[in-house]
Design a protein around this ligand. Structure first.
Ligand code: 5GP
Ligand code: MG
Length: 184
């Protein structure tokens, strides 16, 4: 498939993603019932998932975001968390929503930060979990897809802030990254 000048391999197409998010929403609906939920999207990667997921959930909810950043291209860097603009989570049932669970360090650090704010409970939901990369013991409570250890883009996930708008999840191949690094 040609996307700009970059050749990508589709890992999950639009229909598979829709079915995966449906399944994720069913599990979350079953788990919480009609309990009011405070949903926090971990930006920017969860932007599309958050929009699709919340429309499939039935309970009363408040929706907010916090910002994290850790990747430069395909390289992991220092994690930053900006929770300044987040909703008040004190005594609330909180569901964190993220795009992908890779090493697990981001979600673990965010859970730790949010826990300090005194919520009633914290659970987490991710679209993707990468196989074999985890460096933490905790796991997300809800996972839509387990995927191979490849760098993926689309449906919110980026490479140098591009490709978030793809409606499928694609792998960037090493050659593609070289082309992309030269500029699109
Ligand atoms: P972790 O801290 O679990 O290693 O990584 C979490 C964050 O790194 C994710 O929220 C995501 O923003 C980014 N990340 C990890 N793997 C990938 C990947 O394959 N593609 C993209 N685009 N981002 C990733
Ligand atoms: Mg992220």
């Amino acid at each position: 498939m040609i996307c700009g000048f970059v050749i990508v391999k589709i890992l999950l197409d639009e229909q598979q993603l829709n079915e995966g998010v449906e399944k994720l929403a069913r599990s979350i609906n079953d788990s919480y019932g009609s309990r009011p939920l405070t949903i926090i999207g971990i930006m920017t990667g969860s932007v599309i998932l958050l929009a699709d997921l919340i429309r499939k959930l039935d309970m009363p909810m408040r929706v907010g975001v916090l910002q994290t950043a850790s990747y430069h291209g395909t390289q992991r860097g220092t994690l930053t968390i900006d929770a300044e603009m987040m909703l008040d989570v004190t005594q609330r049932d909180v569901l964190l929503v993220d795009d992908i669970f890779d090493t697990g360090n981001t979600l673990t650090a965010v859970i730790e930060r949010v826990r300090q704010l005194g919520p009633q409970s914290i659970q987490s939901a991710v679209l993707l979990r990468k196989t074999g990369q985890q460096q933490v013991t905790g796991q997300p409570d809800f996972v839509a897809f387990d995927i191979p250890d490849e760098f993926v883009v689309g449906y919110g996930l980026d490479y140098n802030d591009e490709y978030r708008n793809l409606s499928h999840i694609a792998c960037l191949e090493p050659d593609d990254l070289a082309v992309s690094d030269r500029g699109m």
